[in-house]
Design a protein around this ligand. Sequence first.
Ligand SMILES: [Zn+2]
Ligand SMILES: [Zn+2]
Length: 262
Amino acid sequence: MFDSHCHLADEAFEADREAVVARAREAGLLGALCIVDAGEPRELQVARELSAAWPAVRFALGIHPHHAAAYDSRVGEVGTIVGRALEALPRAAAVGEIGLDYHYDFSPKPAQQAVLRAQVTLALDRRLPIVVHARQSESDVLDIVDEVGRGAVGGVFHCYTGGVDLARRVVDAGFHLGFGGIVTFPRAHDVRDVARQVPLDRVLIETDCPYLAPVPHRGKRNEPAWVTFVAETLATLHGVSVEELIEVTSRNFKRLFGPVGA
Ligand SMILES: [Zn+2]
Ligand SMILES: [Zn+2]
């Protein structure tokens, strides 16, 4: 089992990162994809330490759409900044998380789009998958990936919250969909409806920790070990055993982010 999206280098884990990793391994996790902010030297340093403590961890490096405004006047440097971050970390396996967030709109849309374009170009050059953060923007992300990535860039739309029709477009474009704690929330009928309809060979499980802790830990700081609750919910939705759900999603993880030894 793998947590395909976690922020283990976040300061929320500063006091007890080793214990969090130990609990993840005890829960049966063979690895995880840790998302790192390519523009934050401190996070990069923590990621390097994490990589030594848990060699099975893979990394995604990128500039989040929330931070796009800070790069608006120097979009030309984005490829270099993220490229250097990729080179600075062993086992960098993806560009991410990158995308567009029209829900929070923390950065102006044109800035978000320019920063996304630069990073899809980088992913194409490096032949790396992308980890997409899209909120109320899936269609625009697909257009940019199509235009810049020329059909050669794949990856995952993490924490997917869009509709069924868009999910079909995402899958048709060759992408996977990541589902996390939200599928366990009592009122998240729409997300469960979509999750049920996505072919299992395109599903990934994730925590997005420290955020979005699943039921029964909702509201607490989330951690990779709790991806098991997501796996259980998705198994029920798809009418398969938890073992099968874990087997298929682990295969998907390894296909996207490379072979992983425990
Ligand atoms: Zn995200
Ligand atoms: Zn995230």
